[in-house]
Design a protein around this ligand. Structure first.
Ligand SMILES: *Cc1c(COP(=O)(O)O)cnc(C)c1O
Length: 400
């Protein structure tokens, strides 16, 4: 058995260096805690980047996966499978939409959403091929070329140009800026209901309602990216439900499979009826019985254990704890967020330094944007875990 430092050294030799990793080899998880190879324990407020909503080894989640492994992991989409139907029913029931296409990741869900929007417009406009999409500055939608093209971060895009054409960027939470980008070629507006990677910015209700009204008026599709903010994280199953603004297309991933790689794009009736048709889109793995069994079980466990209600109850306590830290530590400027998706604005020192300091204290937190400390814990955290987090973060911030 190799040591942790041997694995880290070897990783730099064999894994393409696209990440600057923290010097930790995570080995196992239990509840809201992770353990590294040396047995050090970490309180996890990152949840594998907003993935492990239920924490590690939650009730009979693992048992359902093991049962499915023994039956069938993969079939291809040339045949039917029962878990895909059950997962789709539960997802559609949770959002009140019409049709779902399962993918393997978030970025693929975005690709599907873009294709569905373009096809809808193509059908509607007599097969024109000059359609445009309005996306937001500081957004994040993924790393594949289509998703990168609607990601409002020039730094991620620059070296990979030319990207997909026909994208205009508007200012998030600025309706006039969206209006200025819309024209008769616009087929969709895409945005995150709560911006995640860009720095935890919730949409203003008036902004989101204004975008929706604009879209309805001009038959433009509204695509809401709920990959990070969905699945209960903000205190409703999908963040848009709290705004009363329903998208035509929604994208999901991250917590959807609670660690099993799966994403989805979901369409309302109007969009589903007039967009992607047989032959237009496909995936080898997407919607396989293993991934869909995970999705199906996740929805069962959310319902049985009142996960979304738990988030609603727990979030104010987290917010109060974070507000106290902001008051106490001069290097924390402010807090913003929704539910269990919270950001602390760090000033005067690199946010990475705070993340590393927390790690040394046995607390996993993330960064977002250039100066935001991001907290996206498992949704099953209790007040005692929040107290423990606040204590560790307090220590990590001492004297900074
Ligand atoms: C993580 C994320 C994506 C991309 O998902 P991947 O599974 O990493 O491809 C897209 N949109 C948002 C809002 C995300 O947070």
């Amino acid at each position: 058995m190799r040591t942790a430092s041997e694995y880290m050294e070897r990783a730099e030799e064999v894994l393409l260096h696209t990440y600057n990793r923290f010097p930790v080899v995570l080995d196992r998880g239990e509840g809201v805690y992770l353990y590294d190879m040396e047995g050090k324990k970490y309180l996890d407020f990152g949840a594998g980047i907003a993935v492990f909503a239920l924490g590690y080894h939650y009730q009979d989640f693992d048992a359902a996966l093991k049962d499915q492994i023994d039956k069938l992991i993969h079939t291809s989409n040339l045949y039917y499978n029962a878990p895909a139907v059950e997962a789709a029913e539960k997802l559609l029931d949770a959002c009140g939409m019409d049709k779902v296409f399962f993918t393997n990741s978030g970025t693929e869900a975005i690709e599907g959403a873009i294709k569905a929007a373009r096809k809808y417009a193509w059908n509607k406009d007599g097969h024109r091929t000059d359609h445009e999409i309005v996306a937001m500055e500081h957004s994040f939608h993924g790393r594949s070329v289509g998703a990168l093209s609607v990601t409002g971060n020039p730094h991620y895009q620059e070296a990979f140009k030319p990207l997909m054409g026909g994208v205009r960027f508007a200012k998030f939470n600025d309706l006039e800026s969206v209006k200025a980008c819309v024209n008769d070629r616009t087929c969709a507006v895409i945005l995150e209901t709560v911006q995640g990677e860009g720095g935890i910015y919730p949409a203003d209700p008036e902004f989101l309602k204004g975008v929706k009204a604009l879209c309805e008026e001009r038959d433009i599709l509204l695509i809401l990216d709920e990959i990070q903010c969905g699945m209960g994280r903000t205190g409703s199953m999908f963040a848009w439900q709290d705004y009363g603004v329903k998208p035509n297309i929604m994208t999901c991933a991250k917590a959807l499979g609670c660690g099993v790689p799966v994403g989805a794009f979901v369409l309302d009736e109007k969009t589903a009826a007039a967009s992607l048709a047989p032959g237009d889109h496909g995936t080898t793995y997407g919607g396989n019985p293993f991934a869909c069994r995970a999705v199906s079980k996740v929805f069962d466990l959310y319902a049985q254990n009142g996960i979304v209600e738990h988030v609603k109850e727990t979030a104010p306590y987290l917010e109060a704890c974070l507000d106290r830290l902001v008051e106490k530590h001069p290097c924390l400027e402010s807090r913003r967020g929704k539910g269990l998706m919270q950001g602390l604005v760090v000033k005067g020192l690199p946010v990475g330094q705070v993340v590393k300091g927390a790690l040394d204290e046995g607390l996993i937190v993330l960064s977002a944007g250039s100066d935001v400390l991001r907290l996206v814990p498992p949704l099953v955290i209790e007040k005692e875990h929040i107290d423990e987090m606040a204590d560790k973060l307090d220590k990590a911030l001492a004297g900074k």
